[in-house]
Design a protein around this ligand. Structure first.
Ligand SMILES: O=C(O)CCC(=O)C(=O)O
Ligand SMILES: [Fe+2]
Length: 368
């Protein structure tokens, strides 16, 4: 089933990205949404599982929700934050490095190859608990027939990145007032990344063969990651949404010289993105190179903080696109990443809107 943008009321959010285009299933960056294969039927709940989780697993099969169900309160809370406030949120809050969830020596890549449902259930659980998770990719040799990539994945992908840099374009946002902003964050702060979409025909030769084989192999890996996460996410009581669509990959680069991206949400308020996956590709990245992903955590017991992730080769981060306010700190070296966005339908929108409202209330109580 194709992802449908929900047609809902008069939302005036700074993060709404061109509802008109989304409803015709186009992403404002020009990304097409691709249908995902139906995930395997979720395993029947064991007797030990609660009735609630059984209900969720069942309701996650029923899609899409009627537009009328969309919680107005969430939209109102988001709108109230205002465009210019976003980069003021969390000023002075400490930065706390996000620890990785250990999936074992062969990492995410091994879990994909083994179709390790227990590993993906752990990832889904972590996403239910804290809305983000960082993982280690594992072995970088992807030269075998399964992936058709390179032996030195990180070196090869950055070489491909430097080669296709001239094809990369500045990111666009369509603001709530309808204005298209190129190379700017929602607050107006400069947005320094450029990207090319993995499916771009300019990344193929005259015979249709990919000219960036490492990029293609990693895009395939992210596709599979989404397929394998769909059922565990639908079954995880604190997530309960079902991935139904994905974008092509965005091969993105911050060229250095202090390029950054201000605070924003990837999804929500008419933008159907629910989950963001970013694989970082940079070998030997050092703290002084900057370019950290910073995710705002308003719910930490000791007080709000920014959870940080360094864009080191083989670090994969997943986060809830419509809930996690995030930004990229100024980057002083060329910084490559491969990003994929997933759309989903909720089986239990009402419950989650309450959680999300609590998060936003916290932001507002901090004066934003
Ligand atoms: O590259 C990153 O760390 C994040 C980029 C980002 O936030 C985005 O593309 O929406
Ligand atoms: Fe983002």
């Amino acid at each position: 089933m194709a992802l449908q943008a929900r047609r809902s009321s008069r939302l005036a959010s700074p993060w709404r990205l061109g509802r008109r285009r989304l409803s015709s299933s186009r992403h404002p960056h020009g990304l097409a949404w691709a249908r995902m294969p139906a995930p395997p039927e979720p395993a029947p709940p064991s007797p030990a599982q609660s009735t609630q989780s059984a209900q969720l697993a069942q309701s996650a099969q029923i899609t899409p929700l009627a537009p009328a169900v969309r919680p107005r309160a969430v939209a109102d809370a988001l709108s109230a934050l205002g465009t210019n406030d976003l980069d003021g949120i969390g000023a002075g809050a400490p930065v706390v490095e996000l620890e990785k969830l250990d999936l074992g020596a062969d990492g995410v890549r091994g879990a994909i190859e083994r179709q390790d449902s227990a590993a993906f259930a752990r990832v889904a659980k972590e996403l239910g608990r804290s809305w983000w998770v960082a993982l280690e990719w594992g072995d970088e040799d992807m030269s075998g027939p399964f992936w058709g990539g390179s032996a030195n994945t990180w070196r090869a992908i950055c070489e491909e990145g430097r080669r296709v840099w001239p094809l990369m374009e500045a990111g666009k946002l369509i603001r709530a007032d309808g204005e298209e902003v190129v190379g700017a964050s929602p607050s107006g702060k400069p947005r320094g990344d450029r990207f090319v979409v993995g499916s771009d025909s300019r990344l193929r030769d005259g015979q249709g063969r990919p000219t960036c084989p490492t990029l293609q192999a990693l895009e395939r890996a992210l596709n599979l990651l989404g397929d394998l996460l769909a059922a565990p996410l639908a079954n995880e009581p604190r997530v309960g949404f079902k991935l139904v669509a994905r974008t092509h990959s965005l091969f993105a680069c911050f060229p250095g010289e202090g390029s950054e991206y201000g605070a924003h949400f990837d999804g929500g308020n008419g933008d159907p993105r629910k989950l963001t996956a970013i694989l970082y590709l940079n070998e030997g990245w050092q703290p002084e190179d900057g370019g950290e992903l910073l995710m705002y955590d308003a719910t930490r017991a000791e007080g709000p903080c920014w959870r940080s992730v360094m864009p080191r080769a083989g670090t994969l981060v997943l986060f809830r696109a419509d809930r996690v306010l995030h930004k990229v700190s100024p980057s002083y070296k060329m910084r490559f990443a491969l990003t994929m966005f997933f759309g989903a339908t909720y089986g239990n929108d009402h419950k989650h809107s309450k959680q999300r409202n609590a998060h936003l209330e916290k932001l507002r109580s901090l004066g934003y």
